[in-house]
Design a binder for this molecule. Structure first.
Ligand code: ADP
Ligand code: MG
Length: 257
């Protein structure tokens, strides 16, 4: 049964989608069968692996709201061994549409039952909020991976996220573990970045991944070509470090729970 990892942080622009796309691709490249689920209405993870949103017939909206079968929504990406359940802008209204539905936090978890056995890893790219979509992801997940940008105020908002994780553990999913905290967009030329690393390590201790994602121009360019970094520029520093991250995730084991 595949391990489900939610990539979450309610702050926007911290590297969630970049991490979801590139971790998924590196896990596939290492020989795992991977499913990337996009639950952000922006659909950036969807286009980041070369899926044309205009051609999507079944998206995550149909699964969460219309309760369609998740298996039917899995489509291949341009990366071998990597499938996706895409998101389109149709998802934008779903936070509100989910409110009156039955078992509204459990929809994704239920939907994944039919596909979990088909994959080694299922990675969920969350939107930048702690609303019902992110709650669905945390309820469906075995673990949460938290990207934190190496900038001033890096820890701001994280207590809110951790409170949400605890609430989910108490009420909805007692097996939810913290996969790890990932430092992203490090500019090694500044002292600030190094200070942030110290601060985050003091707070999260051994939960911080050894791999630290540098600010890397090629990582920023890859999405506009619809490719993960390992195919866009396999020799770049970004490709190297996301491969290291995938190794750490594999070393963490299949199910943390
Ligand atoms: P989020 O999903 O948390 O909103 P993104 O992954 O979309 O964040 O990243 C925000 C922006 O920063 C995107 O334009 C992305 O291409 C760029 N970006 C992300 N990580 C890096 C990096 N390590 N180096 C350079 N640009 C990056
Ligand atoms: Mg995103």
């Amino acid at each position: 049964m595949g391990k489900v990892i939610a990539i979450a942080n309610q702050k926007g622009g911290v590297g969630k989608t970049t991490t979801a796309v590139n971790l998924s691709a590196c896990l596939s490249n290492a020989g795992n069968k991977v499913l990337l689920i996009d639950i952000d209405p922006q659909g950036n993870a969807t286009s980041g692996i070369g899926i044309n949103k205009g051609e999507v017939s079944t998206c995550i909206y149909d699964i969460l709201i219309e309760e369609e079968d998740a298996k039917a929504a899995c489509v291949p990406s341009n990366v071998p061994n990597l499938d996706a359940i895409p998101a389109t802008i149709q998802l934008a209204g779903s936070e509100i549409e989910l409110v009156p539905t039955i078992s509204r936090e459990l929809r994704l978890r239920k939907a994944l039952e039919s596909v979990r056995d088909d994959y080694d890893y299922i990675i969920i790219d969350c939107p930048p909020s702690l609303g019902l979509l992110t709650l669905n992801a945390l309820t469906a997940a075995d673990s949460v991976l938290i990207p934190v940008q190496c900038e001033y105020y890096a820890l701001e908002g994280l207590s809110q996220l951790l409170n949400t994780v605890r609430l989910v553990q108490k009420r909805l999913n007692q097996n939810l573990a913290i996969e790890g905290v990932l430092l992203t967009m490090l500019d090694a030329r500044t002292n600030l970045g190094l200070q942030v690393i110290e601060e985050v390590k003091k707070y999260f201790q051994d939960k911080v991944f050894k791999a630290i994602i540098p600010r890397n121009v090629r990582l920023g360019e890859a999405p506009s070509h619809g490719e993960p970094i390992i195919s866009y520029d396999p020799k770049s520093r970004g490709a190297e470090v996301y491969s290291d991250l995938a190794k750490e995730v594999m070393a963490n084991g299949q199910r943390v729970g």
